[in-house]
Write a new protein. Structure first.
Length: 324
């Protein structure tokens, strides 16, 4: 089979297409004939810095859609040939991918495989940020960093559907228009946002801030919170040192800081992830959430996909088209 592999860390050019044997599922695993693979920022970090890379060579790719190829011992509830979307621990950029059965989900009725490939990471992450961790209530104000990206687009829609006023942060005017059109944002700020957020909220601040950036953006989000506000960290795109907060930041206004990682949740409590994902997928089946695919690449063009995402100019979701 064809697969994209890295033998060393570096720029997009280290992504190489190789011919290798198709993997066979072990106990509790499922192999999937991949139709589409999603591109995620974590894939870029894996390629550049070794983020969540156990050893080299390594095949990136955390989410796929396709058909069940084979079932490992002990797997029930799935059938060979069934259309599925899956969260993987890597290896999604390939014609055949492996996933634990707990992270393989039947494609909802009425959803095609192209759309299904956008779901495994973005949708449950967004749902958790808004509902499980963020616990948004009607009438609250929500601030989202990266509002024009995949998670930003879906999180904006979910927060709006929950009755919140949704504020976004992006890096360019073009992205601001995308966030308003596709994410349902009421207001979008370009670049520095702390002062603008205060002005927009009559000095009160926001009830929930979602931060995938870390570093200065994390601290600005913390400063933008209203009394009793919540900040949820779900990434560190800036590459800054791990954040640290304590009594001086939390006590004066009774704010709280939490975190979320879908990859970690998959390892620690897969049953909780499955329940979360099923609730999130229902939003798509009901037509309440859509995520535009803004660029699609062949498997051999994985490096180009990484260059586009790495330039921080992309919006929506990027996919690799593997088959069909």
């Amino acid at each position: 089979m064809r697969a994209v592999e890295i033998k060393e860390h570096g720029g997009p050019e280290v992504l190489q297409v190789v011919d290798v044997d198709a993997p066979e599922p072990g106990p509790g695993q499922v192999s999937v004939d991949v139709s589409f693979a999603g591109i995620n920022f974590a894939d870029l970090k894996a390629r550049e810095t070794g983020y969540r890379v156990p050893s080299l060579p390594f095949r990136p790719g955390l989410e796929v859609s396709g058909h069940v190829r084979a079932l490992g011992v002990g797997v029930t509830g799935l059938t060979v040939g069934q259309e599925v979307a899956a969260l993987t621990a890597g290896g999604g950029y390939a014609e055949v991918a492996l996933a634990d059965a707990a992270t393989v989900f039947p494609v909802p009725s009425g959803i095609d495989l192209r759309t299904a490939a956008t779901l495994p990471t973005v949708l449950p992450t967004s749902y958790a940020l808004i509902h499980s961790v963020g616990r948004v209530q009607p009438g609250e104000r929500v601030l989202v960093q990266g509002a024009a990206g995949g998670i930003g687009t879906v999180a904006g829609q979910l927060a709006k559907a929950a009755g919140a006023t949704v504020l976004g942060v992006v890096s360019s005017a073009g992205k601001a228009g995308f966030a308003k059109e596709h994410g349902g944002y009421d207001e979008v700020f370009v670049g520095d946002f702390e002062k603008a957020v205060r002005e927009s909220t009559d000095g009160r601040g926001v009830d929930l801030a979602l931060d995938p950036v870390g570093g200065d953006a994390f601290h600005a989000s913390l400063s933008a919170l209203a009394p009793f506000g919540r900040l949820v960290s779900f990434g560190n795109a800036s590459g800054a040192a791990a954040w640290s907060v304590g009594q001086p930041e939390l006590f004066p206004y009774g704010v709280t800081v939490g975190g979320f990682s879908i990859l970690t949740l998959a390892q620690t409590v897969p049953d909780e992830l499955r329940a979360l994902t099923e609730r999130a997928f229902a939003k798509v089946a009901e037509g309440k959430v859509t995520l535009p695919v803004t660029a699609e690449f062949e498997l051999e063009e994985a490096a180009e996909a990484h260059r586009l995402m790495g330039a921080r100019t992309s919006t929506g979701k990027l996919l690799l088209r593997v088959a069909g």
